[in-house]
Design a protein around this ligand. Structure first.
Ligand code: GLV
Ligand code: MN
Ligand code: MN
Length: 425
């Protein structure tokens, strides 16, 4: 199989996964939904055909394992002493609302392509490969990201099981309906004594590689982020009778805050802050909004700057509320620090890029990835693939087949370099 044909299969598979959606006219595939089940079942079929054993863990992560060369391990006394080592690959299979097709599946399906190519050549490496399709990276359903990879890393907070989605369905219930088992989650933590690390291929989601005319780049760090739920609680009232001076309009307070968020981020280099979701209650054209809840996402590569920005914004929200006699609820939903990619694995990735005669471009990731959660378990490396126009979290998200072929070749070469190293150890 040429890398071109692997890349063609990859594109076809992304189209298939792109059709598994909760909504008829756009791609929305949240955690533990029937659309997610379709994705898991379909990818599981592809994994089995590539010679992998497949299982789904208690939160719904899909895991395909391609065994190591046991004779190689036996020759080196490894099965007696500690068993073969394992390299983790993959990404997530959930999506945002009205998503593109490549954010997540790119990492799962390029990893699958590499295993498929090994299987076709009847080749095994001195280490096993596990390909993960993580169940939740976007945090769309419960507003807390990395649910899947946190289970694997052993950092999943069991209190999250009580969170409810927009239909009032508790996470524990959603997991059970998906065929998972909330009680078994603590036991699903991956041991790390056999791990070589985790490598994820992901669409860049930004314009840098395109501007440099490069197909791939090597990630240096993954930026830390906070997700906060902010509620302004005012007083609902009649839109025709309550004088303007006597109102406690929660939406007006929220509007002031949204602009304060933008102003702070515009004036602080490296800071990005977003209000992406807002609801006004009771929500009628002739009722003054009584309660407004919005989502706040704050990111900076420097953790101290990010934390300071969150404190500043909370202070500003309180000032706005005081002036308008509205009350505030400030609830931290998630926080992750900036994660540096592991030096050695990143060097091997860079070496693989060089072997394919491309210049090595290091770049930080402003987006969050499963590697953030997995960095609590093992060493993490990431490869970015050029993204048309830098557009992502948008149905227009696009990669070329040619760039995917390069990514598959780089990942394959990376595995070979790792195999060589393991063979020598
Ligand atoms: C994931 O896509 C994130 O960075 O929010
Ligand atoms: Mn995403
Ligand atoms: Mn992603």
């Amino acid at each position: 199989m040429t890398t071109e044909s692997s890349a063609r299969t990859f594109m076809e598979r992304c189209d298939i996964l792109g059709s598994f959606s909760e909504e008829p006219d756009r791609l929305t595939r949240r955690f533990a939904t029937p659309a997610m089940r379709q994705a898991n079942e379909t990818v599981a079929g592809w994994m089995r055909a590539a010679g992998m054993s497949v299982r789904q863990d208690p939160i719904g992560n899909l895991i395909g394992r391609y065994e190591a060369d046991s004779t190689d391990a036996m020759n080196r006394g490894l099965t007696i002493n500690r068993g073969p080592t394992t390299m983790l690959l993959g990404s997530h299979l959930d999506s945002v609302r009205d998503a593109g097709k490549y954010d997540g599946p790119l990492g799962v399906l390029t990893a699958l392509a590499c295993v498929e190519r090994l299987h076709e050549r009847q080749e095994r490496l001195p280490f096993a490969i596990e390909v993960f399709g993580f169940a939740d990276e976007e945090g769309m359903r419960y507003h807390s990201a990395y649910l899947g990879s946190k289970v694997v890393a052993g950092t999943f907070d069991p209190n999250a099981l009580q969170l409810t989605d927009s239909d009032g369905i508790a996470m524990a219930e959603a997991i059970r309906a998906f065929g998972g088992d909330p009680a078994a989650i603590p036991g699903a933590r991956r041991r790390n004594d056999d791990l070589l690390g985790y490598c994820e291929v992901h669409i860049e989601q930004g314009p840098v590689l395109e501007s440099l005319n490069l197909p791939v780049g090597v990630v240096s760090t993954i930026t830390g982020q906070n997700r906060i739920s902010v509620s302004f609680v005012g007083e609902a009232g009649h839109a025709g009778t309550v004088p303007m001076s006597m109102r406690h309009d929660a939406l007006c307070a929220a509007a002031e805050f949204v602009l304060a968020v933008e102003t702070l981020a515009r004036n602080q280099p490296g800071l990005v802050a977003t209000v992406g979701q807002i609801t006004a209650q009771p929500g009628a054209s002739n009722v003054i909004p009584g309660v407004v809840t919005l989502s706040l996402d704050v990111r900076h590569q420097d953790d101290a700057m990010r934390e300071q920005a969150c404190r500043r914004l909370e202070e500003q929200a309180r000032q706005i509320c005081m002036a308008r006699q509205v009350s505030l609820k400030w609830q931290h939903l998630q926080e992750s620090r900036t994660v540096p990619c592991a030096t050695h694995l990143t060097q091997l990735l860079a070496q693989a890029v060089e072997m394919l005669k491309y210049p090595v471009q290091a770049l930080p990731s402003g987006a969050g990835h499963d590697g953030v959660a997995l960095s609590d378990l093992t060493s993490v490396a990431m490869l970015f693939v050029r993204c048309r126009g830098g557009v992502s979290h948008n149905p227009a998200e696009s990669v070329t087949m040619e760039d995917v072929a390069v990514a598959i070749e780089v990942l394959e070469q990376f595995l070979m370099l790792l195999a060589k190293e393991q063979g020598e150890s």
